[in-house]
Design a protein around this ligand. Structure first.
Ligand code: AMP
Ligand code: MG
Length: 418
């Protein structure tokens, strides 16, 4: 059978190959309301300084520091949004509120707690230091300063900065449209009672969550039967509207494993097996866009579509998603950082290696003094999703027969911190 002839590709090489084939999607402009979780596509430059005017940091009196220790005549008030027009001349003070403009002539603000007021006269302490209690023009941001870099994830603070410099819309990378399909005659909809030999389609929901976390816009195709014609129709129809196809199941070498031959008939299968545990049958293909009249705008990046055939075992599908699909989806959106962060951790268990494949073992992390110690999540069977549920990190164990001794420092791929 054809599928078994695919060479076993080194896991790192396979990951690099996937990224090489992955296009960056086009940029779109979105209102700030829609920007959370999106990726900034261009550097963001401040057109003007922040603050734009000398702005009081406290409620108090704007004075000249040379008037320290004097009784000063209060000549007006500068509240937030209602500046005082005149200058502060020697011997005078202007009441100023937080966020109010510090009037010309004044070079410091004295806190209301530090003065004595008697009618329209205010007694200020001595000494006073010029520049205190207010923010000067450009203290926070200089005009022309790059405040955010292209490729940055837009979170609360980043969106706040964009708003503060007056940008109502931002250029962001488009979210990849992903069609998600489960394959297998044994699968039933979750919530329906499985018949003899049937199981709930759990991968769909696990992968949907993972895809959304990675920024994808997901269309659910449901369950495809192990029947070539039906599978083909579903896939061809879905690829019409999607940038990426993600399937689970049907990529082993069994009689009913139809995904590889199908992808081969539609495009180029670049990877059909990887030296990875779990996830050996991982399959990756590119499919040229069909050139028939199309209601939606033509895709960019040459119109090439990506297809990921993930293995059916629940842990295998999620681990291969982590290793191959998530970085690709991040590249498509324009993220500068494609990979999860890593941290050095001390292995708290004896890690056995697999002879011919890189193993991604699931671990929990625990703080011991200044270190993080990794403990195994138990049986690493590719069907046992409990090995991944609650895992804080993945630890890569290189192929061979040596394994890694307990107590060794290894680099862990961080999924969540304890
Ligand atoms: P396959 O890759 O199709 O040979 O499937 C490998 C194993 O994963 C089998 O035990 C399947 O029943 C199981 N499996 C496949 N698809 C799913 C799914 N969507 N949800 C849960 N288990 C699945
Ligand atoms: Mg199957």
């Amino acid at each position: 059978m054809r599928a078994s002839t695919y060479p076993l590709v080194d896991a790192d090489e396979a990951a690099a190959l996937v990224l090489e084939q992955t296009p960056v999607l086009e940029v779109e402009r979105r209102t700030l309301e829609e920007c959370a979780g999106r990726v900034l596509a261009d550097d963001l430059i401040a057109p003007s300084p922040l603050p734009a005017f000398p702005s009081s940091a406290v409620d108090g009196y704007a004075v000249r520091s040379s008037d320290a220790g004097h009784a000063l005549r209060v000549i007006g008030e500068s509240a937030a949004g209602r500046p005082f027009a005149g200058p502060v001349a020697p011997g005078t003070a202007a009441r100023v509120l937080t966020g109010g403009v510090v009037p010309e002539g004044a070079d410091c603000v004295v806190m209301v707690e530090d003065v004595q007021v008697d009618g329209d006269v205010v007694m200020v302490p001595s000494p006073l230091r010029a520049g205190t209690n207010y923010h000067r023009v450009g203290d926070d941001v200089r005009a022309g300063e790059r405040v955010l870099s292209a490729g940055t994830l837009l979170g609360a603070a980043e969106i706040g900065i964009a708003a503060a410099i007056g940008q109502a819309m931002l250029p962001v990378g488009r979210r990849p449209r992903v069609a998600l399909m489960s394959t297998g005659d044994e699968l039933v909809e979750v919530g329906k009672r499985p018949g003899p030999g049937q199981i709930p389609d759990s991968n769909r929901w696990a992968l949907l969550a993972a895809l959304r976390e990675a920024g994808a816009d997901v269309t659910l195709l449901g369950i495809a039967p192990d029947e070539p014609g039906a599978l083909r129709d579903l896939v061809v129809d879905a690829l019409d509207r999607a940038d990426v196809l993600v399937t689970s199941g049907g990529v082993s070498v069994g009689m009913h494993d139809l995904v590889k031959p199908l992808l081969e008939s539609l495009g180029t299968v670049h990877i059909g097996r990887v030296k990875l545990k779990p996830g050996k049958p991982f399959t990756f293909a590119t499919i040229p866009a069909v050139s028939h009249p199309h209601p939606s705008p033509p895709p960019q990046g040459g119109g090439k579509k990506l297809a990921f055939g993930l293995p059916g075992f629940p842990v295998s599908s999620l681990v291969t998603f982590e290793v191959f699909v998530r970085p690709a989806l991040r590249k498509m959106q324009g993220f500068a950082q494609l990979q999860r962060p890593t941290l050095p951790v001390r292995l708290g268990y004896e890690a056995r290696a697999t002879a011919d494949r890189t193993e991604y073992q699931r671990v929990t992390l625990r703080r011991v003094g200044a270190e993080l110690v990794a403990e195994t999540t138990g049986s690493q069977s590719s069907s046992r999703l409990l090995s991944l549920a609650g895992a804080h990190a993945l630890v890569r164990i290189a192929p061979g027969d040596l394994g890694v001794k307990a107590g060794t420092i290894v680099e862990a791929i961080i999924l969540a911190l304890p």
